[in-house]
Design a protein around this ligand. Structure first.
Ligand code: SF4
Ligand code: SF4
Length: 331
């Protein structure tokens, strides 16, 4: 039975017409494959890298320019320490079992700023259109965010705390990924790090779900059993032999079908109450065209992440225990 839309009849926040005009009638939802019933690789909208010149390059430039107009945000990326410059892999490969390498890499990453680590075999459907899969496996890392810094949401020019925290944690994820990649290369294997805010060649969310780091939430971001949605991802693609994890199911998806907190809280009403078909998969999906204007105006918004009950510090683990029992006991 379809659920009642809690925003029905309410006026959504509307974007600045000048910003909207940058889209020239193009739809980010079309690029994302909303409504497509066949599986396919994802397509970049933007954030591929700073010099991106794709069809949404002018939208990306506007977002970056606005973000960098806040001195603290400009500085935190410009002066960031994001890890070592990578050397070529060692000439000789260290020989160990996949189980031994898995333990070694997990401990190494946890000792180099990652808060959680998981492993997955890469599905070619996670690689963005225009790129080929280069390596067979991925080390996925979670870096937690300081939820206390979400007091002033959405971020403003005067109170950009959350946007600053995003940058700080992306930089931490970049260091965790770079040092881990450097270590893997010292063992004689290939390693390619990924860290935000720029998207690389691999879609990190399905990789992180496969690596057991959380479930997809209605707000289109992940929910982790310890940090809720207050975290960022980083990754290292590699050919090092590793043991894969399984997805971690703890009832978050079922909880989302009964919860509408983020849908209610989203000013442009971008969060659908029902799953939608995106590139052949039924899943939670946020309307890109509606979100991006508010996201731009507010230096990254994040209201949906902060209001999610799983994100309240100290709450997710108890919820995971309870909703595993409630929703998953018979599966
Ligand atoms: S980031 Fe803001 S605008 Fe975008 S979906 Fe979340 S609450 Fe809505
Ligand atoms: S606020 Fe509710 S519906 Fe939205 S992601 Fe969190 S649990 Fe799911």
């Amino acid at each position: 039975m379809p659920r009642k839309n809690p925003n029905k009849g309410k006026d959504p926040w509307l974007p600045d017409p000048e910003f909207e005009a940058l889209f020239s009638g193009r739809s980010g939802n079309d690029v994302n494959g909303l409504g497509e019933t066949d599986e396919r690789k994802p397509t970049h909208i933007f954030w591929l890298q700073k010099s991106h010149t794709g069809p949404f390059g002018d939208v990306q430039d506007a977002v970056v320019e606005r973000h960098n107009s806040v001195p603290e945000l400009d500085e935190v990326y410009r002066t960031a320490q994001r890890g070592p410059r990578l050397r070529e892999p060692a000439a000789e490969k260290t020989q160990k079992s996949a189980a031994e390498f898995t333990d070694e890499i997990r401990n190494f990453a946890l000792g180099h700023e990652a808060d959680q680590v998981g492993f997955a075999n890469i599905d070619p459907l996670w690689v963005y259109e225009g790129f080929e899969q280069e390596l067979p496996r991925v080390v996925m890392m979670v870096v937690a965010m300081d939820h206390e810094r979400s007091q002033h949401l959405p971020p403003t020019h005067e109170h950009p705390d959350w946007a600053h925290e995003v940058a700080v944690q992306y930089n931490r994820g970049a260091r965790a990924a770079a040092y881990t990649a450097e270590h893997i290369r010292s063992l004689g294997y290939q390693a390619k790090p990924h860290a935000g805010p720029w998207v690389g060649t691999l879609n990190l969310i399905p990789a992180a779900i496969a690596a057991g780091l959380g479930e997809l939430g209605k707000h289109g971001s992940m929910i982790n059993r310890e940090f809720g949605s207050s975290f960022r991802l980083a990754a290292v693609e590699t050919d090092l032999p590793l043991e894969s994890n399984s997805p971690d199911l703890f009832g978050a998806d079922d909880f989302c079908t009964r919860c509408q907190i983020c849908t209610n809280a989203c000013p442009p009403q971008a969060i659908s109450i029902e799953k939608q078909t995106v590139r052949g998969v039924d899943k939670w999906y946020v309307d890109f065209n509606k979100c991006i204007g508010y996201f731009n105006e507010t230096y990254g918004c994040a209201i949906c992440l902060a209001v999610c009950p799983w994100s309240t510090p100290g709450r997710a683990e108890g919820m995971a225990e309870k909703y595993t029992r409630v929703f998953l006991k018979d599966r």
